[in-house]
Design a binder for this molecule. Structure first.
Ligand SMILES: Nc1ncnc2c1ncn2[C@@H]1O[C@H](COP(=O)(O)OP(=O)(O)OP(=O)(O)O)[C@@H](O)[C@H]1O
Length: 274
């Protein structure tokens, strides 16, 4: 699978965005990459995609270092894909359907297979209703869903999500969380960055905390969010379920439904208004 060794990346203006970063996707199913603004998350994703080339260190896919030539990258990007933080960096075509179909046509899939995959991805992301619409008329949230549809249609083994829910309303956010869970259940490896710690906590089983380009902690999600000092140093907060656990002494639950079930059980259904 995908891992890095001593990954270091320096931008042209000498900004050291990543220093000696070691991550390994085998450590979990849905992996979190978290850190405050400017910690290096997007730079990490661009390196993992081969869009940026490490200044030092290597990225290994299935045990072999990435190669930075056209042929290798053409194959690699059918196995590893990225949902960019900014959908405008991902959407190139003027029409939604053609944009989602682009990469599939590029790899030479027959048009009926392209249609099946594109329609399915647009239905999953609730973007089907505007599939004929011009991209420049779409709202930010709609563009984001088109960008996610493009990656779903590609059906790669590894999917990197850079801030997939930023700018989405609560209903769409729940939709994206559901999509990511479904992709993981299908066996895909996922790395996700988000400033929403509740989403990270609900979705991910393992994580890395980046601070000024360095991994300052890694471990199971429960362990990571128990490290008060590390979270403070990295400008992160605890998920609300973790706060309830720590401050009220309630058991630790992975999602709110389990907390509500527990509450119903200990207090009787009558005191529960949900
Ligand atoms: N093209 C660039 N040239 C120079 N410096 C850059 C460039 N892109 C990013 N940086 C710098 O690299 C560092 C890491 O930025 P990056 O965008 O990877 O962080 P991030 O964790 O994704 O932040 P955010 O949460 O704000 O999106 C920052 O100091 C940023 O200013």
């Amino acid at each position: 699978m995908l891992r890095t060794e001593h990954l270091t990346y320096k931008y042209e203006d000498n900004t050291m965005a990543l220093k000696d970063v070691e991550i390994n996707l085998n450590n979990g199913e849905i992996i979190a990459l978290i850190g405050g603004n400017g910690a290096g998350k997007s730079t990490m994703f661009l390196n993992l995609m081969g869009i940026l080339k490490p200044t030092k260190g290597i990225i290994l896919f299935n045990g072999q270092p990435l190669e930075y030539n056209k042929k290798y990258m053409y194959d690699y990007r059918q196995k590893v894909s990225l949902v960019f933080q900014d959908p405008d960096k991902q959407i190139f075509h003027s029409n939604v359907y053609d944009d989602v179909a682009f990469a599939l046509r590029n790899i030479g899939l027959p048009e009926d297979e392209v249609k099946r995959r594109v329609d399915d991805a647009l239905i999953q992301t609730e973007a089907y209703d505007f599939k004929e619409k011009a991209v420049h008329y779409l709202s930010y949230g709609q563009k984001k869903r088109v960008a996610i549809a493009g990656v779903i249609a590609l059906n790669t083994q590894v999917i990197l999500f850079d801030e997939p829910t930023a700018g989405l309303d609560p209903a769409m956010t729940r939709g994206v969380v559901k999509i990511i869970n479904t992709l993981a259940k299908e066996g895909k490896k996922i790395i996700i960055s988000s400033h929403d710690m509740d989403i990270i906590y609900t979705l991910c089983d393992y994580g890395y905390i980046l601070n000024h380009g360095q991994v300052i902690a890694n471990g199971s999600i429960e362990d990571l969010f128990s490290m008060d000092e590390v979270l403070e140093k990295a400008n992160l907060s605890q998920p609300w379920l973790m706060k309830i656990h720590k401050k009220l002494g309630l058991p630790l639950f992975r999602d709110e439904e389990k907390l509500f079930d527990y509450w119903r059980e200990i207090n009787g259904a009558s005191s529960y208004r949900g």
